[in-house]
Design a protein around this ligand. Structure first.
Ligand code: FAD
Ligand code: MG
Ligand code: MG
Ligand code: MG
Ligand code: MG
Length: 555
């Protein structure tokens, strides 16, 4: 044999087998095994973009389909069918030339020292679903998402609906329709009917707001025709603990949404904290004066945010990330401290490198002639690398509305700038001193997970090439050798559907617009973002069907 050491060792291990087998395993080097946890936005996007046939991929996820989550709220009231927004993972795998297998199971433990994970099959049948099996990996990609966060509020788990998975949306839909049927039964007092038809949404984020809007539209467009006797008894309440709904959006959108909901008769209660909920009543406390109230309700949706899954909590403890809310990775999406474990999406957070930590090194590298000062020319040569490695710099420039870094430096130098544009290290530091304050955690959105999955696939696609040639940007490496440019999020804007065929859009550059044409923009963006032509066709035909025939209220 003239193979490498690794191959000889492998041949030794199988020496007891016949020569032909050894020869064949010699010719085909063993593929590196990538194990991917999760078939949500992060996982699906990784799979779709991966095309390096030198890897063998095993996907482990309790869900054998991908869910297009932005349309989940549309499923709750029958605007879109559940089937239309899911894509079987095997449909996605089938189209790939990469060797990918799938196991319907959940990972229950990660053992990074032995490069193994432990899984439990989740297929709920008479089969032995409780058995745990181990899977080896060379690279592990964690994209398990997050779970709902009840903040340990008593009664939430037992009495509230959530909107995270396709089952949740279907349950909500059934429950909404059941509520109208129940309230239409004879022998009920108006009080009882009112209680049944009191819908409470907890949490004024995008999901809660969209659900409230969907429900309101449903009542106005369909209930009026189908349940005319009870339509006046319907009440929708939106409880938000902070001072405003849609906090992550521009003020103009927040204001518009609050006013529109006011006109629509949706009761938005701001500064209202839920302290507990039982079968019949929801208890709240007003922030500030501490006034407590309990209100009878029929159905409640809890959508106040997310927290880490038990698997991730446990893993963080194991690797000394103790009390974090998400797994910390570097900008190459590698879990801190591990070269072969990656994490992305809602379960992870990117720890961005601070400029100030590396400021002396940056200065030294930029100061090519070792003069102890930077000239404009020296500086300009390094600007692109700085912006690439430290995206916060560009953000800072944008926010200060300074065209480029040279302007920023001039500012730092003050009047002295007129005489010479050479900077010493102190002036350089002061120019960049506030840059790091621009660093923000990336939001837990499909947009982020989707971009991260595609980015990571690109890294894997170019793995060999990059291993041979680890140079290339960035020149400032915080730690170790990096093979690929760091992950960079590009915000494409976000929507907030507000009901009545009106949507608020906030596009990059804080371009805000609200109205009916934005609703059409929303339709076209979400149609184009579908992962397959099949789901695209289904979603669009659902929309058309609803326009013509209204919502389907069987359930
Ligand atoms: P997920 O998409 O949640 O996927 C996690 C995957 O991991 C799932 O397949 C799950 O089954 C699997 N899994 C769970 N546990 C395990 C385990 N132990 N082992 C193996 N696999 C496991 N974002 C936007 O950008 N725009 C929107 O309009 C938008 N609307 C939304 C509306 C709703 C109702 C919701 C709930 C979310 C919305 N989001 C939106 C957020 C977006 O869905 C998430 O940020 C995104 O799904 C995160 O992707 P992920 O891959 O990290 O996790
Ligand atoms: Mg995923
Ligand atoms: Mg998903
Ligand atoms: Mg994240
Ligand atoms: Mg110099």
């Amino acid at each position: 044999f003239n193979g490498s050491k690794g191959h000889i060792a492998h041949a030794d291990a199988v020496a007891s087998n016949d020569d032909r087998r050894i020869a064949s395993s010699e010719q085909v080097p063993k593929k590196k095994k990538v194990v991917l946890l999760g078939t949500g936005w992060g996982g699906m996007s990784f799979l779709k973009s991966l095309n390096n046939t030198n890897f063998e991929v095993q996907v482990v996820s309790p869900r054998n389909f991908f869910v297009f989550t932005p349309l989940l709220p549309s499923v709750t009231c029958g605007k879109v069918e559940a089937r239309s927004i899911v894509e079987p993972i095997r449909n996605i795998i089938r189209k790939k030339n990469v060797n990918i297998s799938y196991s319907e199971a959940e990972c229950v433990k990660i053992d990074p020292n032995n490069k193994k994970i432990y899984c439990r099959a989740t297929i709920d049948s008479h089969s032995k679903g409780e058995e745990v099996f181990a899977v080896d990996y060379d690279y592990l990609i964690i994209a398990v998402g997050a779970q709902v966060n009840t903040f340990n509020t008593p009664g939430v788990m037992e009495n509230c609906h959530f909107l995270k998975e396709i089952d949740d949306a279907q349950k909500i839909r059934k429950n909404v329709i059941d509520s109208f049927e129940k309230a239409s039964l004879p022998n009920l007092s108006d009080e009882e009917r009112k209680k049944i038809l009191h819908f409470v949404v907890v949490g004024g984020g995008p999901t809660g707001v969209e659900f409230a809007a969907e429900l309101h539209d449903f009542v106005n467009e369909d209930v009026v025709k189908l349940y005319p006797n009870v339509q006046d008894l319907v009440k929708i309440t939106l409880l938000e603990a902070t001072d405003h709904i849609l906090n992550m959006f521009d003020k103009r959108i927040t204001n518009f949404a609050e006013q529109k909901f006011g006109r629509d008769g949706i009761d938005v209660k701001l500064g209202s904290m839920v302290t507990g909920i039982n079968e019949n009543e929801i208890s709240t406390k007003v922030r500030g004066n501490g006034e407590k109230t309990s209100t009878p309700y029929g159905m409640a949706l809890w959508s106040t945010g997310i927290g880490p899954r038990p698997l991730i909590k446990e893993f963080m403890k194991q690797i000394g990330q103790g009390n974090r809310r998400a797994l910390a990775t570097d900008e190459w999406l590698r879990v801190e401290g591990f070269g072969n474990i990656y994490a992305l999406g809602d379960c992870a957070t990117v720890n961005q490198r601070k400029v100030m930590e590396d400021i002396s090194e940056i200065f030294r590298k930029a100061d090519k002639d070792n003069s102890g000062t930077l000239t404009v020319k020296e500086f300009q040569e390094i600007i692109d690398d700085i912006c690439e490695r430290y995206p916060q710099v560009e953000l800072y420039l944008q926010n200060k509305q300074v065209r480029n870094m040279v302007d920023l430096l001039k500012e730092a130098k003050g009047d002295a700038a007129k005489e010479s544009m050479e900077l010493n290290i102190e002036e350089f530091k002061s120019a960049l001193s506030e840059v790091d304050s621009q660093m923000k955690n990336l939001p837990a959105t499909a947009q982020v997970a989707n971009q991260q999955g595609a980015y990571l696939a690109k890294c894997f696609n170019r793995m060999e090439e990059c291993e041979k040639n680890p140079e290339g940007p960035p020149r400032f490496r915080g730690t170790g050798r990096h093979r690929f440019h760091p992950f960079r999020y590009r915000h494409l804007g976000q929507f907030a559907p507000l009901g009545g065929e009106q949507t608020a859009a906030q596009l990059p550059g804080d371009w805000v617009s609200i109205g009916h044409s934005e609703q059409w923009l929303w339709y076209s963006v979400y149609a184009s973002k579908q992962v397959s032509w099949r789901t695209r066709a289904l979603v669009v035909s659902d929309w058309i069907r609803r326009f013509i025939f209204g919502r389907d209220t069987s359930g």
